[in-house]
Design a protein around this ligand. Structure first.
Ligand SMILES: Nc1ncnc2c1ncn2[C@@H]1O[C@H](COP(=O)(O)OP(=O)(O)OP(=O)(O)O)[C@@H](O)[C@H]1O
Length: 257
């Protein structure tokens, strides 16, 4: 049974049907890429997985937790890098990671050791005692990644993992995610970056109009970034995201000079 399970998830905002019967599972050992055009329903699905919104219908489970009924337990067990998430401006990375450790009932020695490890790994050890408000966007993203992995969760939910990171750190994070999943953990990544998804994911799900329209297993994890069993990931994406039929997809002709 999948570590992350979404079955028949449905959510409307007023008369906008954002998600409409979304169904998929992510197994331990997989980096699952969630791809889709703007407005397809990715963030809404992620918000249901992290307990930030209550579905109209359907069942959502992360490591057997119901994120709506058990939001604290879900946050304790799962690692989450939210959409446009940033650490609290009035705390330093060290204070924030201590706070996250408290929420997760971690021993303070363990938190100190993991804080050193992650700040060293991602290159923000020189900023551990600087207020977040004085850190760059990329430095804040590094702190968000560190907090998600602080307790070595069995499942992580990440929105655009490489946002604002420099190319060196992007490489490190990509390799880390592949290795982390291979260590029997479930990694869910929502992204617009097809090349990155092709490079690091073992499976991808393509979302359009609030539904998962296809799922593919990729040939290898951190490979040359192209192969699915049936053509490149971009081809599969374009095949299932038809601009003439999918909502909110622009016509390129309209913006031609
Ligand atoms: N709070 C809200 N109120 C009303 N409509 C919303 C709200 N949030 C999202 N929507 C609508 O729901 C649909 C799905 O939005 P969602 O943010 O889940 O898409 P997405 O796939 O994450 O898009 P993007 O790639 O642009 O981030 C869109 O049509 C969006 O306009």
């Amino acid at each position: 049974m999948g570590a992350i399970r979404v079955a028949g998830l449905t959510k409307s905002y007023g008369d906008v049907q954002a998600v409409d019967g979304m169904t998929f599972e992510v197994d331990r050992g997989d980096v699952f890429g969630f791809l889709g055009p703007n407005g397809a329903g990715k963030t809404t699905t992620l918000r249901a997985l992290t307990g930030q919104l209550r579905p109209d219908a359907g069942d959502v489970r992360v490591l057997d937790c119901d994120p709506v009924a058990e939001p604290i337990e879900t946050r304790r067990r799962v690692g989450i890098v939210p959409e446009r998430g940033s650490p609290p401006s009035f705390l330093t990375p060290r204070e924030y990671l201590e706070f996250v450790g408290d929420v997760r009932d971690l021993e303070s020695d363990y938190v100190r050791e993991r804080t050193e490890l992650w700040s060293d790994r991602l290159g923000f050890c020189g900023k551990l005692d600087t207020l977040h408000t004085d850190l760059s966007r990329g430095q804040q993203q590094k702190v968000m990644i560190a907090q998600a992995f602080l307790h070595e969760p069995d499942a992580v939910l990440i929105d655009e993992p490489l946002a604002n990171l420099d190319p060196l750190v992007q490489e490190q994070v990509k390799r880390f995610l592949v290795a982390y999943a291979a260590d029997d953990n479930a990694v869910f990544v929502s992204t617009h970056n097809i090349d990155v998804a092709a490079e690091i994911c073992t499976r991808v799900g393509i979302v359009a109009d609030g539904r998962l329209v296809t799922e593919r297993t990729l040939e290898d994890g951190l490979g040359d970034g192209d192969g699915t069993e049936e053509g490149s990931l971009l081809e599969v994406f374009l095949e299932h995201v038809d601009p003439t039929e999918t909502r909110d997809v622009p016509s390129l002709e309209r913006v031609a000079p």
